[in-house]
Design a protein around this ligand. Structure first.
Ligand SMILES: [Zn+2]
Length: 180
């Protein structure tokens, strides 16, 4: 079953829940439906239209901003599935400073790499090879990343997510592309 996007009372995107959960939020007056998914949930007695976006009726304080979890899918999406060294299609991840040299497993030190670069680089540092990164890797920013990770967004969610900040879509890599 598809999911529903949950917005705070302030319209700030908060999280993604199942549509069933979203229906319960609406039926218990904890949220109002903003977008209808077109799907209908059936229970023993009732049929309810399932929302794809809901907004909480009361403001929820978010105590902290969780960091985006570092995953293989996430790194590949951030780097647009391109090798950070040569821009060829990436098939693997590489630690810029190798783990054997104390390189951390963080967004700033993990990049997408093609098989060839990964093989050639092996345990060496970028500087030793005379290579350059195409851009400095960093943790993806933006509500879309924080909430979705590398998960695909329902197209209907887009404007709610992009209203929160100038969102970097997964796949836009390091650029903060803004239509001007
Ligand atoms: Zn490469």
């Amino acid at each position: 079953m598809p999911d529903a996007l949950v917005l705070n009372a302030t319209y700030e995107p908060l999280c993604v829940v199942s549509q069933r959960r979203a229906v319960v939020l609406v039926l218990t007056d904890k949220a109002v439906a903003l977008e209808d998914s077109g799907a209908v949930l059936h229970s023993a007695r009732v049929q309810v239209g399932a929302p794809s976006v809901v907004r909480l009726t009361r403001f929820v304080r978010v105590p902290y901003r969780p960091t985006v979890p570092l995953t293989r899918k996430g790194v590949l999406a951030r780097d647009s599935h391109r090798c950070a060294y040569c821009a060829a299609p990436a098939t693997s991840l590489d630690h810029v400073v190798p783990r054997s040299r104390g390189g951390p497993h963080t967004w700033e030190n993990v990049v997408a790499a093609c098989g060839r670069c990964n093989h050639v680089k092996a345990d060496r540092a970028v500087a030793e090879l005379g290579w350059r990164l195409r851009a400095a890797p960093r943790e993806p920013a933006g509500a879309a990343w924080r909430i979705l990770g590398s998960r695909r967004a329902d197209p209907v969610w887009k404007r709610y997510l992009s209203a929160a900040d100038e969102v970097d879509e997964p796949g836009s890599g390091w650029r903060r592309a803004r239509a001007s």
